[in-house]
Ligand binder design. Structure first.
Ligand code: TEU
Ligand code: CA
Length: 539
């Protein structure tokens, strides 16, 4: 048995600007979050991962930080943050901050100084290359469109940015930068935060001259130094956002010796429904057998050697019920099936705000979108000659704003999110899908998540048990076994909307049905649309 608290924890992600608005300006804020802590306590989660709340010009909704030691006035004050940590603590909820360390905002003091002259003490905090205006150092592209290089006349150099022009990359080669970052992290640890999520952390050790962004040669050296200088001194949870992780790399990042992070947050399973070698916008059907193969590989290879996050959603991803479930007739059943399937596995489950209600994607007109990635993509593809309808189809499926529509609290105006005008339009289905209606109902999607969280606390097999995939070749069913010395857990899910027969023997005898998503499950091994069952057997 392990003793790490975060192995049995369930983490809830809050995207602050879309969670709860306390002052009617249409933007969620820290006081709004404080007012919803009872809701989170009721759900039963152990920690909240807060997307960035530090001071920021909000070019990328806070992932462009201009002061790491202050709260953006839009969200509140440092005192509000301290109050949030305190109030959450009273409910045994820890607050996990989002550290954006690959880049800062161009409005950060460091960058303001850095661009003044090559001799400025902050110049070397960023990544510069000499050049001639109009002749880029190389052909590297930024994640949000356009080149990864921006010319600054004052210094007659280009700076490197993997994301928007307003997100210049920090130079991790510079020991002074690393020292500043560690001091800042320790400052937040002093404030009592419970841990950190590290944004695009596998991209910090870039070597643009060699076209290297992810997994640079010095990456793990930097991470171990950071961990030694900061996290290891406290009982924190740390989770690295690692798009480029393989299982082998994940064992480094999440080495049980604690030398880097507690766990990885990797995306292999969630990138499968796109045309291979292309972008997420280039839609392809989900290869179901591949999905099972990916999950099975991560489950078995990390067991005892690392630790993974379990997630379907975050603030960058479309809503899972619309994506791989069914957001029409079987919304409730499929949302629960996806929850049961995921929460039965090994790793730390993450619930993204609204997922516990079965919130869905939106299909807006282009002028209703706010996300920089979405808006840039639209322009870029129009210029490249794509048909408008094709671009909109991609956006409806994959725009990050799908995840960012305001939290649906009730059937009141604006879903009870704000008394003002929401910064991003509320999903029109809030009258049918909202927290008020589901909270007291054990049969709701909320009720299912709440029960899954409770089960995780009750049965250690969910945390430590080994994993064995069943029916690998079955085109409809996702089934697996978890096992420890005392228990065997059996999860059987029909991933699709047709009734199917499952070739497994009916679990009789000492198997007990722990949780399912249908009232009537006595159909033997005939599985109804999106039916999910979790059985437990005491050995
Ligand atoms: O995301 C990392 C990242 O690579 C994203 O740009 C991702 O590729 C994209 O959202 C998927 O289309 C992190 C944050 O989660 C994201 O919100 C930030 O915009 C990004 O870093 C830059 O900080
Ligand atoms: Ca507000």
């Amino acid at each position: 048995m392990n003793t790490k608290w975060w192995k049995s924890a369930v983490i809830y992600q809050i995207y602050p600007r879309s969670f709860a608005d306390s002052n009617g300006d249409g933007i969620g804020d820290l006081q709004g979050i404080i007012s919803k802590l009872d809701y989170l306590e009721d759900l039963g989660i152990d920690a909240v991962w807060l997307s960035p709340v530090c001071r920021s010009p909000q070019d990328d909704n806070g992932y462009d930080i201009s002061d790491y030691r202050d709260i953006d006035p839009m969200f509140g004050t440092l005192e509000d943050m301290e109050e949030l940590i305190r109030e959450a603590g009273k409910r045994n909820i820890r607050i996990i901050m989002d550290l954006v360390l690959n880049h800062s905002s161009d409005e950060h003091y460091w960058f303001q100084e850095a661009k003044k002259s090559r001799e400025n003490p902050y110049h070397d905090y960023y990544v510069w290359r000499d050049g001639v205006e109009g002749v880029l150092p190389n052909d590297m592209r930024a994640a949000f469109g356009g080149p990864a290089w921006e010319w600054v006349p004052e210094v007659q150099q280009y700076y490197f940015h993997q994301f928007s022009v307003k997100q210049p990359d920090l130079n991790w080669e510079n020991p002074k930068v690393r020292r500043e970052i560690y001091d800042m992290i320790n400052w937040w640890i002093q404030k009592g935060v419970g841990g950190f999520r590290l944004d695009v952390i596998d991209q910090i050790a870039k070597e643009p001259d060699h076209h290297i962004t992810g997994n640079g040669p010095r990456l793990h050296e930097f991470l171990r130094e950071m961990s030694r200088e900061t996290f290891q001194k406290a009982d924190l949870v740390t989770v690295g956002e690692t798009w480029g992780a393989t299982t082998e790399l994940a064992k480094l990042y999440s080495n049980p010796d604690g030398s880097e992070f507690s766990m990885v947050f990797q995306f292999e399973h969630i990138c499968l429904d796109q045309i291979a070698g292309k972008e997420k916008w280039d839609l392809a059907p989900l290869p179901f057998l591949k999905l099972k193969e990916v999950f099975a590989r991560w489950q078995t290879e990390l067991c005892g050697q690392g630790w993974n996050s379990l997630f379907w959603n975050n603030h960058d991803l479309p809503r899972i019920v619309s994506r791989w479930g069914n957001d029409g007739e079987y919304r409730v059943e499929s949302a629960k099936m996806l929850a049961i399937l995921l929460h039965g596995m090994q790793g730390t489950p993450y619930i993204y705000q609204g997922e516990e209600l079965g919130m869905t994607n939106v299909a807006y007109e282009i002028d209703q979108y706010q996300d920089i990635e979405t808006l840039n993509l639209y322009k870029e593809r129009l210029e490249k000659g794509y048909q408008k309808e094709d671009i909109m189809r991609s956006l409806h499926a994959k725009s990050r704003d799908n995840a960012r529509t305001p939290m649906q609290w009730s059937d009141a105006e604006n879903a009870g999110f704000t008394t003002g005008k929401p910064w991003l339009k509320v999903n029109p289905n809030y009258k049918e899908i909202n927290a008020a209606q589901q909270r007291g109902d054990a049969d709701s999607v909320f009720g299912c998540y709440k029960e899954l969280i409770r089960l995780r606390k009750e049965y250690p097999v969910l945390i430590d048990g080994t994993f064995q995939m069943l029916l690998r070749e079955d085109e409809n069913i996702f089934a697996y076994i978890r096992e420890d010395a005392d228990y065997q857990l059996l999860v059987i899910c029909n991933f699709y909307g047709q009734t199917v027969r499952c070739s497994l023997e009916e679990p009789g005898g000492s198997y007990q049905l722990l949780i399912s998503n249908y009232q009537e499950t006595n159909h033997g091994m005939i599985l109804q649309p999106y039916e999910a069952r979790m059985y437990l057997m005491r050995k």
